[in-house]
Ligand binder design. Structure first.
Ligand SMILES: NC(=O)c1ccc[n+]([C@@H]2O[C@H](COP(=O)([O-])OP(=O)(O)OC[C@H]3O[C@@H](n4cnc5c(N)ncnc54)[C@H](OP(=O)(O)O)[C@@H]3O)[C@@H](O)[C@H]2O)c1
Length: 259
């Protein structure tokens, strides 16, 4: 399996770093192109992957081609390589470009899927939202899932939910990071060293999320489980409610969705 990244910016590098971190693929199996050759060469060299001069060269070398340029550039960048892509599995990570748009951009019969990954793929703990409607063969989808499930939870959704699911997983890391920072600030205020506060806050968020996934417990029940009557945690919960914590988070999502 050889994977090519057309565009090697933040997202392509995050996916590459995750795959290499997990040992899911050898660096020699990864190809990439970008606009600025010197920058690409440096980014490729530091990871041991193969830099390519053009999208055509990248696609020629690859079985799976990940489209990772900005959405407004996808059509322009893919047009000259459409013939080559007809023989490949095309994985889009471009936000907002779903199955129908790729049917317009690519040649008829090209196998493709639209996805929205989030940045924690870089450490193998990401989410890749996938549009349910795609044209990969069963074998290609299995290969895609086998490879990328090593760095992310792969979640298929119907086309109308691609945006909201992608926003939850894509914008969520910023909200979670703000919570981690704020919680650590609180601990620092009360004397815990800053680095230690970040470490504990981050692991606490990661562990709570993992526990929810493993046990499928209702988040409210997880909160209740650590709130003993008259105890410390319920006092903190009450303070968060007073501060409008949950409403603020829901408002943040409304803002993301533009309503
Ligand atoms: N970042 C995220 O959190 C995130 C989340 C979900 C989805 N995405 C999607 O991922 C895609 C890439 O986003 P990004 O954040 O990684 O953007 P980015 O950091 O700006 O990277 C874009 C890449 O495209 C390259 N490029 C520009 N013109 C090109 C051309 N003509 N041919 C080949 N490569 C070209 C750039 O090269 P130079 O650097 O040399 O200019 C750069 O390597 C977008 O479609 C975005 O919607 C991103």
């Amino acid at each position: 399996m050889k994977v090519g990244f057309v565009g090697f910016g933040n997202m392509a590098q995050a996916m590459t770093d995750g795959l290499l971190f997990k040992g899911a693929i050898a660096p020699s199996q990864i190809y990439a192109c970008a606009k600025n050759w010197e920058k690409l060469k440096a980014n490729a060299e530091s990871r041991g992957i193969n830099p390519c001069r053009t999208a055509a060269e990248t696609a020629e070398h690859s079985d799976m081609v990940v489209v990772a340029v900005k959405p407004y550039l996808v059509e322009e960048v893919l047009k000259p390589v459409r013939e080559i892509l007809k023989k490949k599995a095309v994985i889009s990570v471009a936000a907002g470009l779903s199955y129908d748009k790729y049917e317009e951009i690519l040649l008829p019969g090209t196998h493709h899927i639209s996805t929205v990954p989030n940045t924690p793929v870089a450490v193998g703990e990401g989410i890749i939202i996938c549009e349910q409607q795609h044209s990969l063969t069963d074998e290609e989808y299995e290969q895609f899932e086998r490879l990328f499930s090593q760095i992310a939870v792969i979640q298929q959704v119907q086309t109308p939910l691609l945006g909201v699911a992608g926003n939850l997983s894509g914008c969520g890391p910023a909200f979670a990071a703000m919570f981690i920072e704020a919680l650590a600030d609180g601990a620092v205020k009360h004397g815990l060293p800053r680095e230690l506060s970040y470490r504990l806050a981050s692991q606490m968020v990661a562990g709570t999320g993992k526990m929810q996934m493993a046990l499928e417990t209702h988040p409210g029940a997880m909160k209740d489980a650590v709130c003993s009557p008259g105890g410390l945690t319920i006092k903190g919960v009450a303070a968060l409610e007073k501060g409008g914590f949950r409403g603020a988070v829901i408002d943040a999502f409304d803002a993301v969705e533009g309503k």
